[in-house]
Write a protein that binds this ligand. Structure first.
Ligand code: G4P
Length: 531
């Protein structure tokens, strides 16, 4: 056992995935309240910044000097050290949102009980499922009229392809919300609308066998419905199996109301019991166990120009093994350089804290003099191995970009290349094209504005941007076997290539993808690009 085993084993690092407005911010605030990180819920993240309009994005960046897209929250609860990775979700939804998921060991999926599975949740879920990480479901807003519980579970199973196992079961919803039934403890926990911002609830816990007391508290009708539903549930639902949860095949489901702070602590406690310690990660020398290996980390996100005056970049890294000691040198494998990381810090919602040590499971941000790229590995100087790269995620918006002043070609290429290296945009070309006119792909449309703004302000290049109708991009998995020139697509399909010359296909809709696969037997398309 190493001296850092204990520290690593008490860490839990997760991301919250949800569709905007499902209650991610509210739930995070409540978690922090239990962790004692703040006294009053609501002060985690200014609501105004969480839901800013596109136009004031740059202003916010300037004012705060730090991107609203880059926070990690760390708090202590019951002996655990918990890291919550914030996944930007509103207008600033971008590839970074996906990449952040690469740094998490599990995910909490928040679903609005009256809306069910929504578009953004579906996208983020896919990325988690690709890694088979455990996913915990919190069905929120039970204090409002909710969809039928069985229907909600069915939707999760069918839409996302994951088995569900309710850990607790809601009793009514909206005005008729009476609480939840805790299946393991065979007791009802009555709903208490705790005042916003306080953590003491006035819930009662009533064993299911105390029928009279139960009826007295939740009413005859609600009790009858509960008994009926439990009977149905025992015959239908998947058995709880921790191994299936850990392999991402089964999601434990909880019901509650983040706003009124009901069901949040129950969720947190069960989550901590079931979630894993930092997971081993795959490198080219094999699977590395976090507590058995000295310091290593990989870069999952690069944030440029957090401070315009200094043009600095911050590289966010996830520590995968061992202990990080700021006094010691580390190796940046991709450049071969041995160096001391500059200004290692933990980036909280609105503050930066300089760190002297951190452990596997933690996220640190370091000053990047321009050498780090997404997916890079850091380890001890005596070692030199590489973690498996981060996939390239499919952009959903495409635009043809050209420089207006052709004299500024050098700056244009430099700017585009640097911004692409940070991972904010992906750059493509016509099949036989050069760099005069390129196609830029982004996950969130806001990235187009960021690109234009940054090229103008940092590189003094004006660009023309013409948005294209494509929404789907596919990598060709078996490109060696396919002759791209002869490939028969639909008339609205476009053939392009990336800067490494890999052929790619752009489609307007999913129907075209299906047709193209049908017309070209053996063609294997992928939504993720391997670096
Ligand atoms: P997000 O981060 O997932 O986008 O969602 P956020 O927490 O900001 O919540 C979106 C809206 O839903 C907020 O209302 C919030 O108060 C509300 N909400 C969150 N959880 C619950 C819940 O359990 N029950 C109910 N009834 N509402 C909930 P808003 O009116 O948009 O903002 P605000 O004026 O309340 O701040």
């Amino acid at each position: 056992m190493t001296d850092y085993t204990k520290e690593i084993n008490r860490r839990r690092t997760f991301a919250i995935i949800s569709h905007p407005d499902a209650g991610k911010t509210t739930l995070t605030e409540k978690f922090l309240l239990y962790g004692g990180a703040i006294n009053l819920a609501g002060s985690v993240k200014g609501k105004a910044t969480a839901r800013h309009a596109v136009s004031d994005w740059m202003e916010i960046e300037k004012e705060r000097g730090i991107s609203v897209t880059s926070s990690v929250l760390q708090f202590e609860y019951d002996g655990f050290c918990i890291n919550i990775l914030d996944t930007p979700g509103h207008q600033d939804f971008s590839e970074d949102t996906y990449r952040t998921l690469m740094a998490a060991d599990s995910a909490v999926m928040v679903i609005d009980a009256s809306k069910g599975v929504e578009a953004q949740t579906r996208k983020l879920f896919k990325v988690c499922a690709m890694r088979h990480i455990p996913i915990f479901t919190f069905i929120n807003k039970m204090d409002r009229d909710a969809n039928d519980t069985f229907d909600l579970l069915d939707e999760v199973e069918k839409e996302l392809g994951i088995a569900t196992c309710p850990v607790n079961w809601p009793i009514g919803s909206g005005k008729g919300f009476k609480g939840v039934f805790d299946r393991e403890g065979a007791k009802v926990i009555t709903y208490s609308d705790t005042e916003k911002g306080t953590k003491e609830g006035i819930s009662k816990e009533i064993p299911l066998e105390n029928r009279e007391e139960l009826i007295e508290n939740i009413g005859q009708e609600a009790a009858d419905k509960l008994f009926d539903e439990l009977e149905l549930l025992d015959g239908a639902g998947a058995e709880f199996d921790l191994a299936d949860v850990r392999s991402g095949d089964l999601t434990p489901v909880f019901f509650g109301s983040a706003l009124t702070n009901f069901g949040v602590e129950i969720f947190l406690q069960h989550f901590l019991e079931m979630a894993t310690t930092p997971l081993p990660r795959k490198a080219d020398i094999g699977l590395l166990e976090p507590a058995e290996h000295e310091f290593s980390a990989f870069v999952f996100k690069i944030q440029a120009n957090m401070n315009k005056a200094h043009r600095d970049r911050i590289a966010f890294m996830r520590i995968c093994s061992g202990k990080y000691d700021a006094a010691k040198e580390v190796r940046h494998v991709q450049s071969g350089r041995v160096m001391r990381l500059s200004q290692p810090q933990q980036i909280m919602a609105d503050e930066r804290k300089i760190l002297s040590e951190a452990y596997a499971g933690d996220i640190i941000g370091v000053f990047d003099p321009g050498i780090f790229s997404i997916g890079d590995t850091l380890c001890m100087p005596k070692e030199s191995f590489r973690y498996e790269g981060i996939p390239t995620f499919a952009p959903e918006h495409f635009a043809r970009v050209r420089q207006i002043d052709t004299m500024k070609r050098k700056q244009f290429i430099k700017g585009i290349s640097q911004i692409a290296q940070e991972g904010a945009i992906q750059v493509f070309q016509e099949l036989a094209g050069g760099m005069e006119e390129i196609i830029v792909g982004v996950v969130g449309v806001l990235q187009f504005e960021v690109l234009k703004y940054r090229l103008e302000n940092e590189y003094r290049v004006d660009i023309g941007l013409e948005q294209l109708p494509y929404e789907y991009i596919r990598w060709i998995e078996n490109k060696e076997e396919i002759d791209i020139q002869r490939l028969q697509g639909t008339s609205d399909m476009k053939k392009i290539q990336d800067l490494k010359g890999n052929p790619l296909l752009l489609f307007v809709n999913e129907w075209s993808i299906r047709m193209t696969c049908e017309r070209n037997k053996g063609l294997q398309l992928s939504e993720f690009g391997r670096n």
